[in-house]
Design a protein around this ligand. Structure first.
Ligand SMILES: Nc1ncnc2c1ncn2[C@@H]1O[C@H](COP(=O)(O)OP(=O)(O)OP(=O)(O)O)[C@@H](O)[C@H]1O
Ligand SMILES: [Mg+2]
Length: 242
């Protein structure tokens, strides 16, 4: 089943004069592990935000989990995990790391509801999976960049989404954490959840078939499945300047 169906989409930012994504089509099925590469400014983050209904799709069709993204972006966002590229918590942000993980459950709980047993269980499981038990009672803004990144991944794991989008999730992480989170993502995709990850790194990949998508100037210039050890060669070849 196609969980993501983008057909010849064009997207524009508010106030932006030209489209950023220009005639892009992409279908993603259950359990796929998609790595998105390409130069700075190619539109990788914008592609993730198109899937998530965060930028306006001005032309073409976009369905995610069977929902029209342009009509019901809110419903799409409840089903899609999204670990954003750049975030910053002020040291005085009044939430603990544990509370930030619980925010992943808000879409399911609805407003003015209290967490139920299953919400606490999903949060506990995500905290254990990411190995951040020691951080839960600390204010989020006092954690290191890498620790905050783990908390944000845990928040999205606790959400139990149908699709996981990650934008450079490894940028702040040490070797051990990258390996650990790669394993978490491999497990989730093995259970059927498609993982779509923007990354410039070739070494943090699970030992399985990877779908390599390369973007250039708002379009897809390469899209094929390969083994994880072939990724680096493909990226090098695709980004060679002729
Ligand atoms: N909020 C915004 N408003 C207007 N234009 C934007 C906005 N965000 C991005 N753009 C433009 O869209 C284009 C693609 O940006 P995008 O962030 O998608 O690139 P990227 O491939 O993720 O790059 P990077 O590897 O640096 O993260 C850029 O030209 C950028 O200037
Ligand atoms: Mg980006």
């Amino acid at each position: 089943m196609e969980l993501i169906e983008l057909t010849d989409i064009y997207t524009a930012y508010e106030g932006g004069d030209k489209p950023v994504i220009k005639g892009l089509s992409l279908d993603v099925k259950k359990g796929e592990y998609v790595l998105i590469g390409g130069p700075n400014g190619a539109g990788k983050t914008t592609l993730l935000e198109s899937i998530n209904g965060m930028v306006k799709i001005t032309h073409g069709g976009a369905k995610v989990c069977g929902i029209d993204v342009n009509k019901a972006g809110n419903e799409v966002r409840k089903k899609v995990g999204y670990v954003i590229q750049n975030f910053y918590f002020d040291p005085f942000t009044p939430f603990t790391a544990g509370q930030v993980v619980m925010m992943g459950r808000y879409g399911r709980m609805g407003f003015f509801r209290w967490p139920k047993k299953e919400d606490y269980q999903a949060v506990e499981k995500a905290i254990r999976l990411l190995g951040i038990e020691d951080l839960v009672n600390k204010p989020i803004g006092t954690l290191s960049g890498g620790q905050q990144q783990k908390v944000m991944i845990a928040q999205n794991v606790a959400k139990e989404p149908d699709i996981m989008l990650l934008d450079e999730p490894f940028s702040n992480l040490d070797f051990h954490a990258r390996e650990f989170i790669t394993k978490v993502l491999e497990d989730l995709s093995g259970k059927g959840m498609p993982v779509i990850m923007v990354s410039h790194a070739f070494d943090d990949l699970p030992d399985r078939k990877i779908r390599m998508v390369i973007m250039n100037e708002g379009k897809i210039s390469y899209d094929d499945t390969c083994d994880s050890n072939e990724v680096e060669g493909i990226v090098r070849k695709a980004s060679r300047v002729n």
